[in-house]
Design a protein around this ligand. Structure first.
Ligand code: AMP
Ligand code: MG
Length: 541
């Protein structure tokens, strides 16, 4: 049993600030809950959450934490280093004020309505209100069974927990809206997984990430009451979400107008998030509607990946290999499809849905405008006319054909100064190619493109130095390359977490040159091209 009230014995003298965390659990306090307190798997009707405690683990140990996230919660280094911290964020203890629950939601998975899903292994501990008045919900991922665990165990393995921990923080520092990660705790318990669903189940070390966000509400939270025709519950959730998570809309007196403005805002935020994914070369991998945050945050890091060579058709998710529904270039269209599912769900709240259809257009309008501006910035243009857009389109086609590293290319482009060599301009790009044959086949076209790019960008009213600084501010030097995360996982599995810490450290300043870590900014080594975990991942986690 988790220990309620007072944390476990051996509390450090420095622990006091953790115990004074202020909780204000609005989701639980204001929305209807499930009367059944057991973890018996079941369909939950007429309620939006089920009370459930984390299941204690054998030997929780803190492997890593993000100091910036601890600071959001007003936690000091002493708090984090106290033995109680690992007990708390491994699910073995609760603080006064915590009120754990699993949320009830549904979702469309790979294009099909899947019915009730819910938090099968995520358990929210409570909503912290920090000294600045900000609300941060704490949620353990992998903390044991809930009523929504279906046939699964409620646990998470170390490899997927390291991936979620590191990527959450990397994305934040890259400027991409995302849930955050406070801690990575190993459990001391084994978890059995069939990594590629091929009959080779094996025991792996278990771990728990504590993720942190203002809200973990997903599109699927609205879809489930809608699918069950429970309109009062749906309306209650919509109005709660607006009141708690969209305070800027509180001033709209008319409830229908307020709900409409809210949906338009969700469309805008989603568009904004996807533009950032495209900018940094992130592929989510499982854009099911239960993995779409109502706040437009990147959520649920599973078989995600980062583009090494630019390939719009690429997905890291082997579970999606045949259709590649969630491939890189498809992400904006899928986000829009998901918003359509959300619109379908909430449509019964209006007599006439014309205005809802209108609000949905906010997605494409905002996406197109921001995507164009983002590309202008990536390519170093001050403004984008037809000539610039044409070069952008041609540039992407050439990167694909010549198999060029997406991240390294844009940094190299930004480094080009006042002049460009007339002979073989691509020599200035350096080691950005993955295939000599494709490089040679594409060289002539790329040389010509670079010359045209340089001529055009030089007509913009900005010095090469200013252009370089502006381009380097949007084109990262460091990304969490799949093979790097895998190397960190392999070492941590053998007890060495140093690469986890190094990657967390480097990804704090992804746009800066960090000469000591230049080896973490090179292209993917050839051995990693087809290696499990480096380019192929499944939903098994
Ligand atoms: P995901 O594909 O990770 O978004 O998960 C889809 C659904 O499966 C969600 O309802 C999860 O909570 C649930 N789920 C995934 N893994 C587990 C697990 N190990 N135990 C219980 N439920 C899980
Ligand atoms: Mg999920």
């Amino acid at each position: 049993m988790p220990i309620h009230g007072v944390p476990v014995a051996g509390v450090s003298p420095y622990f006091t600030p953790v115990r004074t965390l202020r909780f204000d659990n609005r989701f639980r306090n204001e929305l209807p809950g499930d009367p059944d307190q057991s973890t018996r798997r079941r369909q939950v009707h007429g309620a939006l959450w089920s009370a459930v405690d984390p299941t204690p683990v054998a030997d929780p140990r803190l492997l890593a934490h993000a100091t910036e996230v601890a600071a959001l919660l007003d936690l000091t280094g002493h708090d984090v280093q106290s033995p109680t911290f690992a007990q708390l964020f491994g699910g073995n203890a609760l603080l006064p004020g915590m009120a754990p629950y699993a949320a009830c939601y549904g979702g469309h998975q790979f294009g099909q309505w899947a019915g009730q899903l819910g938090d099968g292994r995520a358990i929210s501990l409570g909503e912290v209100v920090n000294a600045a008045g900000e609300r941060w919900e704490l949620q353990l991922k992998g903390a044991g069974p809930t009523p929504y665990s279906r046939t699964a165990d409620g646990r998470a393995v170390l490899r997927s927990s390291i991936r979620e921990f590191l990527c959450s923080e990397a994305m934040h520092h890259l400027g991409v809206p995302t849930t955050r990660a406070l801690s990575l705790v190993s459990t001391g318990d084994d978890v059995v997984r069939d990594m590629f669903y091929n009959g080779n189940a094996a025991a792996e070390p278990g771990a728990i990430v504590c993720r942190v966000a203002p809200s973990f509400i997903r599109f699927g939270n609205f879809e489930l009451p809608a699918a069950r025709d429970d309109l009062p519950l749906l309306a209650q959730l919509v109005d709660f979400t607006i009141a708690r998570d969209f305070p800027e809309l509180a001033g709209i007196a008319d409830v229908s107008e307020r709900r409409l403005a809210w949906f338009g805002t969700v469309c805008e935020r989603t568009a904004h998030m996807i533009v950032h994914w495209m900018r940094v070369g992130f592929v989510h991998g499982v854009m099911n509607t239960d993995n779409m945050s109502i706040l437009g945050l990147t959520i649920d890091y599973g078989p995600y990946g980062w583009l090494d060579h630019f390939d719009p058709t690429w997905t890291p998710n082997t579970t999606d290999a045949s259709n590649r529904r969630y491939r890189f270039a498809q992400q904006p269209a899928i986000a829009q499809w998901n918003l359509l599912r959300l619109a379908d769900a909430i449509a019964p709240l209006w007599d006439n849905t014309d205005e809802l259809s209108h609000a949905l257009e906010r997605f494409s309008t905002v996406y197109m405008a921001e995507y164009e501006a983002m590309n202008g910035a990536k390519f170093g243009f001050l403004q984008c006319g037809e000539a610039e857009l044409q070069l952008v389109r041609e540039g992407y086609a050439l990167l694909y054909q010549a198999e060029v590293d997406y991240t390294l290319f844009f940094r190299a482009l930004g480094d080009i100064g006042e002049t460009l060599p007339t002979e073989h301009p691509i020599s200035v790009l350096g080691d950005v190619f993955y295939d000599e044959g494709k490089r040679d086949a594409g060289a002539e076209a790329l040389n010509a493109w670079l010359a045209r790019w340089h001529a055009l960008v030089s007509t913009h009213d900005r010095s090469a130095t200013a252009r370089r600084a502006a381009m380097h501010a949007v084109n990262p030097r460091y990304i969490l390359r799949n093979y790097l995360a895998q190397q960190a996982i392999d070492a941590a599995t053998n007890g060495d977490t140093s690469l986890v810490h190094t990657l967390l450290h480097v990804m704090r300043r992804p746009y800066d040159e960090q000469p000591d870590y230049a080896h973490l900014a090179t292209r993917r080594p050839e051995w990693a091209r087809m290696k499990a975990g480096c380019s192929m991942l499944s939903c098994s986690s």
